[in-house]
Design a protein around this ligand. Structure first.
Ligand code: PCA
Length: 189
């Protein structure tokens, strides 16, 4: 059986911090999980540019699925995101100093797009692995949501399944546990 390809992205640190839990989590994952070869890519925390980088990689790779990962402050669970909204709102400037206030991610795009990953099965798989996992109904309006929306918009008529997972920010979780939770999500694809 040929291995399926998964484009798995994380983010660089932002907001003056030195770590991004999503990057630490990807570093702790092996290169193959559940029949997928993982193609890892770290993205800049920049509106528009993050998605451009991810979509360029996807065009070259032609993956079977795209899973983007970012960190969210104040979350206590690994949270597959159900919905991306067509809105950019920066509570803090991105890593290039952009601070859009209520601009669309994609002009003329639908107000919202649903993830094409099995988010409920993924959240359950995290719990079955003994870790806190739950579906989230908002990826915010910052760079993570911008990436999530643009990837879904690009592949809205394609068979490539796409989505986003937020992991808890900070050092409350070990990178190995974040990686175990993400691996459970990937096996549930
Ligand atoms: N979290 C931010 C952007 C990068 C990241 O890891 C967000 O939730 O939008």
């Amino acid at each position: 059986m040929t291995e399926k390809r998964l484009l798995l992205t994380c983010f660089e640190p932002f907001g003056g911090r030195e770590h991004n839990a999503s990057r630490d989590a990807l570093a702790a994952l092996p290169d193959a999980v559940g029949g997928y070869t993982l193609h890892k890519l770290c993205l800049p925390v920049v509106f528009g540019a993050a998605a451009e980088r991810a979509l360029a990689a996807a065009s070259a790779l032609r993956p079977d699925a795209i899973v983007c990962v970012g960190e969210a402050a104040g979350r206590a669970a690994i949270t597959p995101e159900l919905v991306a909204i067509n809105l950019q709102y920066a509570r803090i400037p991105d890593n290039l100093g952009n601070a859009p206030m209520d601009a669309p991610c994609v002009a003329g795009g639908e107000n919202a797009l649903f993830a094409t990953l099995p988010v409920r099965r993924m959240a359950r798989a995290v719990c079955d692995a003994g870790l806190p996992g739950e579906v989230s109904y908002s990826a915010g309006a910052y760079v993570c949501n911008d990436l999530f929306y643009r990837v879904l918009h690009r592949y809205r008529d394609a068979a490539v399944r796409c989505g986003f997972i937020h992991v808890p920010a900070g050092d409350a979780w070990r990178a190995e546990d974040l990686a175990a939770g993400l691996a459970a999500c990937i096996r549930a694809l």
